[in-house]
Design a protein around this ligand. Structure first.
Ligand SMILES: *[C@@H]1O[C@H](CO)[C@@H](O)[C@H](O)[C@H]1NC(C)=O
Ligand SMILES: CC(=O)N[C@H]1CO[C@H](CO)[C@@H](O)[C@@H]1O
Length: 353
């Protein structure tokens, strides 16, 4: 969308006066471009991180040029399935597991040498109604969680799994079928089932609005403390990092927040990074977005216990943002035509390049 279409570029060059009455043309003609030739996964590794990666989703995998770029293991060394490992996709009916979509992404990860982040084991969304509406007793729901997490984690043995979004923004626990039936014990139930299914899997809890100091981050830190005190397995905290252009937290605030987690003996990862803007994208917004990407990557780079960074898809073509936030978009480092934006350079700069 911000890539200058050839026809408009020619029009502008040949008839510059036409642009006087058309601010859109002026804006597009001066749109800043990416110049970095960095390979982000290779760069991240050279700077001591485990990976730089991108989430993906099954319907996108029919676009061959998309897949060719995703496959490039020098650019992306890790992936996360945005939807096909969620509960509604993997256990739509009780005890009936369907893994075709999840396997497609796990296989892509394997064949292109990528780490895979399991996504996810317990979450309040995309939950089939047989889980949310069955009126299970605590004992029944415990067995349901154990079977679901155990089966999922065992299938992708050796990979990360996580529980997602247990908190409200004010730091109280989210009222969902898990919390309402089991209180906070659903968290150790799921973590223990996952650990039992694959002792080698890194176990993460993931949430949003915990990327900067505040009540929700404090609540997550308290949860980590409680889990550690009760010897419940917990390896990391996923900082989702769905940010907004111009109000992305500063590097210093993100570093301070990451250090608060790593001090508790867990690692952290940036698990769903994107930086959305109100459309249309202007040169100023694209420049600010570049700065915002730099802030987050630089924060991870400064904290040894921040192990890696995952984009919530790399191209605006397949971003979740326009479908979720009306009038917003352009959140990814590559545009809808797979052309790098200034944000791409912002990432390389954040790694120190
Ligand atoms: C893939 O997406 C690109 C960028 O939008 C588009 O130009 C191309 O036609 C698509 N290819 C397929 C096979 O759908
Ligand atoms: C750390 C990690 O993999 N987090 C994922 C857990 O699941 C949630 C919700 O589906 C994802 O949003 C995270 O990326």
């Amino acid at each position: 969308m911000f890539q200058l279409p050839v026809s408009i570029a020619l029009l502008f060059l040949l008839f510059p006066t036409l642009a006087v009455g058309g601010p859109a043309l002026v804006e597009r003609a001066s749109a800043p471009q990416s110049t970095s030739t960095a390979k982000l996964h290779t760069l991240a590794k050279s700077k001591g991180k485990l990976y730089f990666g991108s989430a993906t989703d099954n319907p996108e995998l029919t676009n061959t040029s998309y897949v060719a770029q995703l496959d490039d293991s020098t650019m992306f060394g890790q992936t996360t399935a945005t939807n096909s490992m969620k509960w509604d996709a993997t256990e739509p009916n009780q005890g009936q597991f369907t893994f075709s979509g999840a396997d497609q992404i796990a296989n892509l990860a394997q064949s292109t040498g990528k780490l895979l982040r399991g996504h996810n084991c317990v979450w309040h969304n995309q939950l089939p109604s047989w889980v949310s509406n069955s009126g299970f007793t605590a004992a029944q729901l415990t067995a349901v969680i154990q079977n679901h997490c155990g089966t999922l984690v065992a299938r992708y043995k050796g990979r990360t799994f996580n529980l997602s979004e247990p908190f409200n923004d004010d730091g109280t626990f989210r009222s969902d079928v898990f919390f309402n039936t089991l209180g906070t014990s659903f968290i150790p139930i799921a973590l223990n089932a996952a650990r039992q299914a694959d002792p080698g899997a890194k176990l993460y809890i993931n949430d949003f609005n915990i990327e900067f100091p505040g009540v929700k981050s404090t609540a997550m830190q308290n949860l980590v403390r409680t889990l550690k005190q009760s010897n419940t397995p917990i390896d990391g905290i996923g900082l989702q990092s769905h940010f907004i252009v111009g109000i992305t937290p500063s590097t210093a605030s993100q570093v301070q927040n990451m250090n608060a987690f790593t001090a508790l003996g867990v690692e952290v990862a940036i698990t769903e990074l994107d930086v959305r803007m109100t459309l249309p994208a202007t040169p100023a917004l694209l420049a600010q977005q570049k700065t915002d990407y730099t802030s987050t990557v630089a924060a991870c780079q400064q904290v040894k216990g921040c192990v890696g960074i995952t984009l919530w898809d790399w191209t605006d073509k397949f971003s979740w943002v326009p479908g979720t936030f009306a009038g917003q978009g352009a959140a990814c480092p590559w545009d809808e035509n797979f052309v790098k934006k200034p944000a791409f350079d912002g990432i390389a700069i954040g790694f120190g390049n």
